[in-house]
Design a protein around this ligand. Structure first.
Ligand code: SAM
Length: 283
């Protein structure tokens, strides 16, 4: 039985039994591996870093999507950067208020192979008439784009390889330019207990673009090392201060059912552990 050890941290790793290799290739952008593991089902890794698993993907995708969308309350146009497995797109399309979703993914192969080997992630979302898929580098798209969006979700890889530019000031400037005045920007921002410099870098680079820039958290089992942070940016500070009853009303009206997200958890996710608050304060 072969084992797959994630390479993200020297000296500390998680290891999966590879019960079946489903696909492996160098896509030209990144090394892609999809395998089956007895505990997490089908697992995808890019450049040695676990991206998503069948068993725990719902936590990440629900929190990356429903927190900004229920906070905004009337999002019509959404931009997704990255997200090649289709989980973010699937969750965004569950909101009937959304009229169009543009997804900008650099690697067509990730979309193609995830449609084939991780079909439960997208569940047909790539074929939804509201979805527009653009194969491009996210930083180039937001630099040139003349459209405006209510929500921008950066579901990118870690800041290595093609994903590195999606943690740059230039990328954040482009996202701010493409965001409507009441809009919300969110991005995956790693595991602060292990990657505190990633959080601090985001404060330095993203903070200047938004009146309200902070983080919210959720624990995703295969993003090892503690809770995962999601970066938040908006010029409307009230969006983050909605009452649970308002969130509950919007959630109920949406008809969406979830396995992780709840209105109470939405509000509570912005209550940051002291070590994360200290890390932010030290910037
Ligand atoms: N949930 C995962 C996480 O938090 O690590 C990320 C999921 S998704 C697989 C990450 C996607 O970002 C991949 O499909 C990758 O191809 C895409 N990506 C990386 N760099 C990009 C860039 N510069 N522009 C657009 N997409 C990019």
């Amino acid at each position: 039985m072969t084992q797959y050890a994630e390479q993200i941290y020297p000296g500390y790793a998680q290891q999966f039994s590879v019960d079946e290799v489903l696909f492996e290739m160098n896509t030209g952008h990144q090394q892609l591996l999809i395998f089956r593991n007895r505990h997490f089902g089908r697992v995808m890794a890019l450049d040695g870093i676990i991206q998503t698993t069948e068993r725990d993907e719902f936590i990440y995708h629900e929190m990356m999507v429903h927190v900004p969308l229920f906070a905004h309350g009337k999002a019509k146009r959404v931009l997704i950067i990255g997200g090649g497995d289709g989980g973010i797109l699937r969750e965004v399309l569950r909101h009937q208020s959304v009229e169009q979703v543009t997804q900008v993914e650099i690697d067509q192969a990730v979309i193609d192979l995830c449609r084939q080997h991780l079909p439960e992630h997208s569940q047909g979302a790539f074929d939804d008439p509201r979805a527009r898929i653009v194969i491009a580098d996210g930083i180039d798209f937001v630099a040139r784009c003349s459209e405006r969006f209510d929500i921008i979700i950066s579901d990118c890889t870690d800041p290595v390889g093609p994903g590195e530019v999606l943690f740059s000031s230039e990328f954040y400037a482009g996202c701010k330019r493409c965001l409507n005045p009441e809009g919300v920007f969110v991005a995956q921002n790693g595991v602060p207990f292990m990657q505190s410099e990633e959080l601090q870098t985001t404060c330095r680079r993203l903070g200047p673009y938004f009146i309200d820039q902070t983080f919210y958290c959720a624990a995703v089992p295969t993003y090892i090392g503690g809770v995962m942070a999601f970066a938040w940016g908006s010029d409307n500070s009230s969006l983050r201060k909605l009452s649970v009853s308002v969130l509950q009303e919007r959630f109920s009206q949406s008809g969406i059912t979830t396995r992780y997200y709840t209105p109470e958890l939405h509000q509570g996710a912005f209550a940051l552990p002291q070590y994360i608050q200290d890390s932010i304060a030290s910037v």
